[in-house]
Design a protein around this ligand. Sequence first.
Ligand code: HGY
Ligand code: MN
Ligand code: MN
Length: 413
Amino acid sequence: MPSPLNIREDRLLAELAHLATISAHPAPAVTRVLFSPEDLAARAWLVSLASHAGLATRFDAVGNLFITLEGSDPSLPPVATGSHTDAIPNAGAYDGTVGVLGGLEALRSIREAGLTPRRSIELIMFTAEEPTRFGLGCLGSRMLAGALSPEKARALRDPDGRSLEDLRPADCPGDLEEVRLAEGCYHAFVELHIEQGPQLDTAGLDIGLVTHIAAPAAFRLYFTGTGGHAGAVLMKDRHDAFLAAAETALAVERAAIESPSPDTVGTTGVIRISPSAINSIPCEAMMEIDFRDTDLAARDQALARIREDAAAACARRGVSLDWSCINSDPPAVCAKDLLDIAARHADSLGCSRIPMISRAYHDSLFMARLCPTAMLFIPCLNGWSHRPDEYSRPEAITRGTAVLARTLFDLSA
Ligand code: HGY
Ligand code: MN
Ligand code: MN
């Protein structure tokens, strides 16, 4: 390994702080939804940073941004790194951005050390890792991996009925058919990310070497009852759509708690009722469920139980239910040889480390379908994430970036 690749902490922290200001909500909240003015501004700013660093940039048709440090042998599949800069409403400054700006800093540290990697090293800012715009997470990496067809991508609609074609900017040229990459297109992919859980912070550890990424599933449920006057309809005559949904939300919680797997988690994050008037019995309810586990069988067994409980609640209440799947993905297993290389560099930098699983999903979940993939976690305060007080210490970010830089350069040799 060449003389230490110099990570410019001041530059990296200043860029993370600036990116956090590009938000639809005032600090400390960060909101940057796909193809919103804030998202477009963040993309343009990132392109300017990369260009200023002498790195090539290009967007694909779904808006994935590729920033390339050219290698000496362009015939070889590149090494890749990356993450996302989109942010759910009222989120924090570090989810995804550490992997994008840390990745950029890693590429600059190699270039500024006067080194030319044999394999090119590509930083990818993935489009829409968060599901906020279209209800589907990892839109960009799904399409790269062929896990979402161009037809299905075209059929996506946001809450205002707008499509991907309506929203994608002019600098995302080409057809969606050109987005998919071939297996083996990359030699390896490594993503740096905050843990979004308390394990590293609580234990005072520096680096998490992610061995598995949990299998996310999401569903949209429409409940239809009969509604009516809140005063005139007696309780025995009601078919309350919201209460059927409420029973289902409790069934989600129960199935996750009673699952034999400790990693089963279930959340009802969205509920909308209609007509939503204080003196009118809800005739319709829409809810969205997020359900995950690293163990696919345990997840799907718990989901089957929820479906049974929901059907029973609807039968008792005379409410109909339409259950649609948004996504149901398998877990990913990270590449042990990549993790071993990262472990070696963590050790050489005096970083404490631990193997762990990722309960959050990431673009690595789909990159693992294209090439050997690994994730590096750094601690975030109390494990807080997806909230404005999300925080990762400067030394944690710098250490993680230094391990990433060395790992990428090692893999590019
Ligand atoms: O929900 C997730 O796991 C990711 O943060 N989008
Ligand atoms: Mn997130
Ligand atoms: Mn993330």
